[in-house]
Design a protein. Structure first.
Length: 171
């Protein structure tokens, strides 16, 4: 194995990101829980890929490549969406508009954050098929990745929506 530290650090990252999970679960912080989910999933994919494709690039697991490649594509939407939901919550905490939050408002906020952080990224998958030139590429020691084509549609789908979500955080 050429890069033995790659699976080690991805596993350490997986464990480290799961450590604050109970605290945020008790606080019902949906955006942070979703961010923990996305980052843990990314570290799990990197861990498995670095073990399966250590010093080779043979197509050992085509089903894994299809599934993990799609999940890897939607990280670009999930992580900025979680950041947007966290910034909305921080803004509402710092704001002087409403001092008392009702249980109904808290429940509505939790459902909105869950939809924004966990449902928006999978809904982007059909658009990502537009930007797909072929099934996936396999890189030695890294694993499989779905590489978008360099067309206008591919650039808009893979980059512009992510940038728009990230820019919405600034507002």
């Amino acid at each position: 194995m050429l890069h033995a530290d790659y699976p080690f650090w991805s596993f350490v990252g997986l464990v480290a990101v799961l450590l604050p999970l109970p605290w945020h679960w008790r606080a019902r912080n949906v955006a942070t829980l979703a961010l923990i989910f996305w980052i843990a999933l990314a570290n799990l994919i990197v861990f498995v890929n670095s073990l399966v494709w250590a010093d080779n690039f043979a197509d050992h697991a085509p089903a894994w490549c299809d599934i993990s490649g799609r999940i890897w594509q939607i990280f670009g939407y999930g992580i900025p969406a979680c950041s947007l939901a966290q910034m909305r919550r921080l803004e509402s905490v710092a704001s002087t508009r409403r001092s008392v939050i009702t249980a109904a408002h808290r429940r509505r906020r939790m459902w909105l954050e869950a939809a924004w952080c966990l449902l928006l990224p999978p809904f982007m998958l059909p658009l990502l098929y537009v930007a797909q030139g072929h099934r996936y590429d396999i890189y030695e020691n890294v694993g499989c990745r779905i590489v978008p084509t360099t067309t206008w549609a591919g650039l808009i789908v893979t980059h512009c929506f992510t940038i728009l979500i990230a820019l919405a955080v600034l507002v």
